[in-house]
Design a binder for this molecule. Structure first.
Ligand SMILES: [Zn+2]
Length: 457
């Protein structure tokens, strides 16, 4: 059924104006006033509301075997939670570990998502080892439309690559015209500091941050940037958490390195005191890089406003309280990760736009358009004739408090519990079909499609 979104204030990365949007055959086909539409058109009244392009989360984990367990979501639960929160596309990390076959991993993840997601998606392909076989397989995967890699400088021996493998991966990325995303923490420093802390009896979740201090991340960021500089490849730092790492990234940008920066919503909202909560409650907020001293949050907000940070993602990765308890004896065994796929847009709007100094356009750019540009999602992240009709009608007058009872992620806690929230999506479309209507999921968990991309670097 064709769809008319009427009377809303359209906000994109470039524009801010009032108009109606007409969608047919999955696309935006007209934008204007007094549009001539067929009689059977479904109408959403957006008066008094914003209309945003569907938001894009460029960093999520759904299927993930990690630290002896599995992240909790399915593609169905994660995509429904995403849509409730205004996210209409996500990029999942395909993460086979070092002992697994790269192409088999890709096919496994692709098969799990296929037919099980309510919104569109694509993948970053993790390179956890590099040899001639891997190179041939990566060529095949890129030819299948996956034009971004992921490397881990941390988690050596499991997901992480050695420096010679990093070099070869980036050379291949450069040759194929794909971008490489990277988890930037120096693995050796983390290993040494963890051993020292545990040997000193410092085993609680509050010791996770001291085991990977900001300098460890700044070193990893600078390390990655050096490899980009010497191979000429394009790169993207995931989940940058602190001022020291941001300085390392900006230093590389100033040298002309093609480097983009992502930060994730937990680091904007939580400081390290959350992970220091007593009675092991802090384990809920254990992620890597860890939550930081509060002063780093100002650097992230400033960096985002100024465009030094390009995108805001989640690193969504839910583990429940029982799983977190695997690390009761040692913080190094606490599964790293926090659910956030449904909270990102609302928290960024609340604390960035409504209560901060982030402009509406920059909000849209950092939570949608820029990710589309960097990762080649050419049909997403914009409101224009011919683009996919992924749209978010957003009520800025809503006031509420984040609560588990409104959550749709498959997990038993929410890190944002009790946070005040300004505004929320009321209606969300996936290629012209309404998936959230008046705040209720009415979509189809088999509608989501794999977005195939073409190399652009
Ligand atoms: Zn991640």
């Amino acid at each position: 059924m064709p769809l008319l979104i009427k009377g809303g204030r359209i906000i994109t990365a470039q524009d801010d104006y009032e108009a109606d949007i007409y969608c047919a055959d999955e696309l935006i086909t007209a934008i204007g006033h007094d549009l001539d539409v067929p009689a059977d058109t479904e109408v959403i009244d957006a008066s008094g509301k914003y209309v945003f392009p569907g938001f894009i989360d460029p960093h999520v984990h759904i299927h993930l075997p990690f630290m002896g367990t599995f992240a909790k979501d399915t593609h169905s639960t994660a995509s429904i939670a995403a849509l409730y929160g205004g996210t209409t596309s996500y990029i999942e990390m395909v993460c086979p570990n070092r002992s697994e076959d790269t192409l088999e991993g890709y096919n496994l993840w692709k098969g799990m998502a296929d037919g099980n997601s309510a919104c569109d998606y694509t993948f970053h392909m993790a390179v956890s080892k590099f040899n001639d076989d891997t190179a041939a397989q990566l060529r095949e995967i890129v030819a299948d439309g996956i034009t971004s890699f992921k490397v881990f400088l941390a988690y050596k021996g499991f997901f992480g690559v050695e420096d010679d493998e990093l070099y070869e991966t980036l050379k291949l990325a450069k040759e194929l015209g794909v971008i490489t995303t990277a988890h930037c923490e120096n693995a050796e420093l983390v290993a040494q500091l963890c051993d020292e802390l545990l040997a000193a009896g410092k085993t609680g979740p509050e010791w996770h941050e001291p085991s990977r201090p900001t300098r460890v991340e700044a070193e990893g960021t600078g390390h990655f940037a050096s490899f980009l500089e010497l191979t000429g490849a394009a790169g993207y730092v995931v989940h940058l958490s602190c001022e020291a790492a941001l300085k390392a990234a900006v230093d590389a940008k100033l040298r002309g390195v093609e480097l983009y920066v992502e930060s994730v919503i937990p680091h904007f909202c939580f400081d390290k005191t959350f992970a220091e909560r007593p009675n092991f409650e802090g384990a809920k907020w254990i992620m890597s890089p860890p939550l930081r001293e509060k002063s780093n949050q100002k650097a992230l907000w400033d960096g985002l406003r100024m465009g030094l940070i390009d995108t805001v993602a989640t690193d969504h990765c839910p583990f429940d309280i029982d799983q977190k308890a695997m690390g009761r004896e040692a913080f190094t065994a606490i599964p790293n990760g926090i659910p956030a796929i449904g909270d990102r847009v609302n928290m960024l709007y609340t604390y960035g736009v409504s209560r901060g100094d982030l402009s509406l356009k920059r909000f849209v750019e950092s939570a949608s358009t820029k990710a589309a540009e960097i990762f080649g999602l050419t049909q997403k992240g914009r409101i224009a004739v011919g683009a996919d009709a992924d749209l978010v009608v957003f009520d800025p007058s809503y006031r509420g408090v984040v609560s588990m009872k409104d959550h749709h992620v498959n997990n038993d806690y929410c890190g944002f519990e009790g946070f005040e929230q300004d505004g929320k999506p009321t209606d969300v479309t996936v290629r012209g079909q309404v998936a959230i209507r008046d705040g209720v999921f009415v979509g189809d968990t088999s509608r989501g499609r794999l977005i195939r991309r073409t190399p652009a670097y």
